[in-house]
Design a protein. Structure first.
Length: 273
């Protein structure tokens, strides 16, 4: 059995989480799925490769081994809707972003199967998140969680038109101190490399379960989600190839943003907050 997640412990108060980067589907789940599932179109493709600078920055990193079609690590275990009144996929998705059925009619996971997947895949990932955030806060007095995501630039099911390139979510400033959001905005506005990319804070994507659950500014744990349009670093159609030429253009901006998080955390820790 493959590990549920891959984890590297860093030395600075920054944890990068990639809950939708996994592509593996275990045999007991793959036997239940329709053929369309094995295209894995809704994966946050290639994020560990795109974020190849994070260990050099000293950040901790966790990324999922298994596909979001097995279980969505960025959903509440009670499967509550992150965006009430809007369409979204659930804890154990039953269809793709294009509304293609993942299971034969009448064969979606029952309650027992959902609970089995929570115990086997969901809980270990979140236990590691909690443990590492607690360690970072205890060691540094502060922790920043960067929840890394990507999505096709056009998904009519969820939003009209084309997404901005960089979509930041801070749960409308509830998951992090406004000072961190402002520092990231300043980084984007002042960076030469960032000028080529459009961005928005708390637009269509305000942060998923992980951002909202673990971002507790009053406890000195700050969470930011970045949902990137995949067109800026990869081909958006199967076989979803990584584009090193495009990636090399956005990676300096990613590095500047993550460095901004580390620097801001150091300033806060130095001020005794």
């Amino acid at each position: 059995m493959n590990p549920v997640f891959h984890f590297h412990q860093g030395s600075v108060p920054l944890l990068i989480s990639m809950p939708h980067a996994g592509t593996n589907i275990p045999p007991e789940v793959s036997a239940q799925l329709q053929p369309v599932a094995f295209e894995k179109a809704d994966t946050d493709w290639h994020l560990p490769l795109l974020y190849n600078m994070v260990q050099a920055l000293g950040a901790s990193v966790i990324h999922a081994e298994y596909s979001r079609y097995v279980i969505d690590l960025n959903r509440s275990p009670d499967d509550s809707n992150l965006y009430p009144g809007q369409d979204t996929t659930g804890l154990c998705p039953v269809d793709t972003f294009d509304k293609q059925a993942l299971y034969p009619a009448g064969q979606t996971p029952d309650t027992a199967e959902v609970q089995r997947r929570i115990a086997r895949y969901w809980q270990p990932y979140h236990q590691q998140l909690q443990q590492e955030l607690a360690r970072l806060r205890a060691q540094h007095g502060i922790a920043i969680l960067w929840d890394a995501h990507s999505i096709a630039s056009q998904v009519p099911r969820f939003f009209e038109g084309k997404l901005p390139d960089l979509n930041f979510g801070t749960a409308d400033q509830r998951s992090c101190h406004i000072g961190l959001q402002d520092a990231l905005a300043d980084c984007l506005n002042q960076s030469t490399s960032a000028q080529a990319y459009s961005h928005v804070f708390n637009g269509r994507f305000k942060g998923g379960y992980i951002t909202r659950q673990y971002g507790r500014p009053d406890d000195h744990i700050h969470a930011v989600q970045l949902e990137m349009s995949q067109c800026i670093y990869m081909d958006e159609h199967a076989p979803f190839a990584y584009r090193p030429d495009l990636a090399a253009q956005i990676q300096p901006t990613l590095k500047q943003l993550l460095t901004t998080c580390v620097d801001w955390a150091a300033q806060q820790a130095g001020a005794g907050v």
